[in-house]
Design a protein around this ligand. Structure first.
Ligand code: AMP
Length: 367
C-alpha cells in the first residue's frame, strides 16, 4: 500500500522483506529477501535508496541504525526505539503529561506480585518489547492466569509491563503526519478489536467532541516531541471525556487503511510526501462515512485465493484489497474491505456484509 503511491509519484522502490510472499515485493524494482536483523542486507537497501522507511515497528534498533548511518531514515531510529519498549514509551508519554493505563515495569516475579497488589485485577501482562496484534499479552484475572503469568515472567528478555485494564467505552486511533514545518492530523478513527486484532474501523468516530479534540492534541504533541518525519499512529482508550494512550506506532497503521478511499490524501501518500520532503496533503474525509473490515486468515495452508469477491463487490460503495499473500495462517492479515456509505453506520454495515461473503480457499495450484 506504501509502494503504490511511491510508484505513482515516479519514484523507484527497493524492498527488504523476510517473507517470500511479502506483498511489496511484487511492486519492487529491487527486492532483498533477508531477515530484519541482517545488517548487510540493511546496508545494501540503504545504498540502493535516497530515503528509507519501514512499515513494521519491530525492525531491530541495530538495523535501523545501520540504515541511518548511510541514508536518511524516517521516522528516526530514535523514535522507533522509543516506541519499541512499552516502558520507555510510557515514560515518554508521561513526560508530555499524557495519561496511559496505570501500570508498572516488571522484570521479576517479586516485582510482578507487588505490581499486581498495587494495580489489582483484571490486569494485562504485556511483553515490553516485540508485541504486535495482541501477541505477547496475557489477561490476568484469576488464580490460574496469575500462575501462568508468574511462569512467563523469566522467559523473556526486555521485561514486561503490567497494566490495569482500562474500562473504556471506545478505542480511537489518530494518525498524524509531520514533515519539516508542517503537521496534518486525520480526525479520529473508531476501532473494534477481536482477540487483540483490529476487526472494524469506522470514520468518523462516535463519542465526545472534547475527547476527540484531546486525542488530536495528544497526537500533535507526540509528533512534535518525537520530531516525527512521516506518519504515526496514536492508539487511545476513551471513556466520556477521558482519554488515555494505549500505544504508539511510528508508521502507517491498519486503522488508516480506509483513508485510501475515504480521505483526500491517504495515509500512505501522506507518508511518502513527508519522507520525500514534499508538501503534505489534505487529511479531510469525503462526504458521508467510511468503514474498514480486516480479512484474517483462519487455517494454516499455502496457495490460497479468495472466494466470494463477486458477491462482496455487488454491495454498493465496497472496495476490496487483497494483499496477495500466498500463505494463509490463523490471524494473518490477508486483505481488507473498505466501504463508503451515507454515514459510518451505513458504511460499517456494508463493509461487514461484504466481508461476510469472502473467505480464503485452497487455490489447487501444483507445488
Ligand atoms: P495492544 O497490543 O496493546 O494494542 O492491545 C490490543 C488490544 O487489547 C487493545 O486494542 C485493547 O482492545 C486491548 N487492551 C490492551 N491493553 C488494554 C488495557 N490496559 N485495558 C483494556 N484493554 C486493553
Amino acid at each position: 500500500m506504501l509502494a503504490v503511491p511511491i510508484r505513482q509519484m515516479g519514484y523507484g522502490v527497493a524492498v527488504l522483506a523476510p517473507l517470500g510472499d511479502a506483498p511489496a515485493l511484487g511492486l519492487a524494482d529491487h527486492a532483498i529477501r533477508a531477515s530484519f536483523d541482517d545488517l548487510d542486507a540493511a546496508r545494501r537497501l540503504a545504498e540502493l535508496s535516497d530515503v528509507v522507511t519501514y512499515e513494521f515497528e519491530n525492525v531491530p534498533a541495530a538495523t535501523a541504525r545501520a540504515v541511518a548511518e548511510r541514508r536518511p531514515l524516517h521516522p528516526s531510529a530514535r523514535l522507533l526505539e522509543l516506541t519499541q519498549d512499552r516502558n520507555r514509551e510510557h515514560d515518554f508519554l508521561a513526560s508530555l503529561g499524557v495519561a496511559t493505563a496505570p501500570g508498572r515495569e516488571v522484570h521479576t516475579v517479586a516485582e510482578f506480585n507487588a505490581a499486581l497488589v498495587a494495580l489489582g485485577m483484571p490486569a494485562r501482562l504485556k511483553s515490553a518489547r516485540g508485541g504486535y496484534d495482541g501477541g505477547g499479552q496475557l489477561r490476568v484475572h484469576d488464580a490460574a492466569s496469575v500462575a501462568a503469568a508468574r511462569e512467563r515472567i523469566p522467559t523473556i528478555e526486555g521485561g514486561w509491563r503490567l497494566e490495569a485494564e482500562v474500562p473504556f467505552e471506545r478505542e480511537l486511533s489518530v494518525i498524524v503526519a509531520r514533515s519539516a514545518g508542517e503537521i496534518r492530523v486525520y480526525a479520529p478513527f473508531e476501532n473494534q478489536h477481536r482477540d487483540g486484532i483490529l476487526h472494524l474501523t469506522r470514520w468518523p468516530a462516535r463519542g465526545s467532541p472534547r475527547a476527540h479534540a484531546r486525542a488530536v492534541d495528544i497526537a500533535e504533541a507526540v509528533a512534535v516531541a518525537g520530531e516525527l518525519c512521516g506518519v504515526m499512529c496514536v492508539e487511545l482508550f476513551v471513556r466520556g471525556d477521558e482519554v488515555s494512550v494505549n500505544e504508539l506506532a511510528p508508521r502507517v497503521h491498519n486503522s488508516g487503511h480506509l483513508t485510501i478511499e475515504g480521505a483526500a490524501v491517504s495515509q500512505f501518500e501522506q507518508h511518502v510526501r513527508a519522507i520525500c520532503g514534499l508538501p503534505l496533503g489534505s487529511p479531510e474525509r469525503g462526504a458521508g462515512g467510511v468503514a474498514m473490515v480486516n480479512l484474517l486468515g483462519l487455517a494454516d495452508r499455502r496457495h490460497v485465493r479468495v472466494a466470494g469477491a463477486p458477491a462482496a463487490l455487488a454491495e454498493p460503495g465496497v472496495h476490496l484489497h487483497l494483499y496477495g499473500k500466498d500463505r494463509e495462517r490463523p490471524r494473518r492479515k490477508m486483505g481488507h474491505v473498505t466501504a463508503l456509505g451515507n454515514d459510518a453506520d451505513d458504511a460499517a454495515e456494508r463493509a461487514l456484509r461484504a466481508a461476510a461473503n469472502l473467505n480464503f480457499v485452497g487455490a489447487d495450484r501444483a507445488e
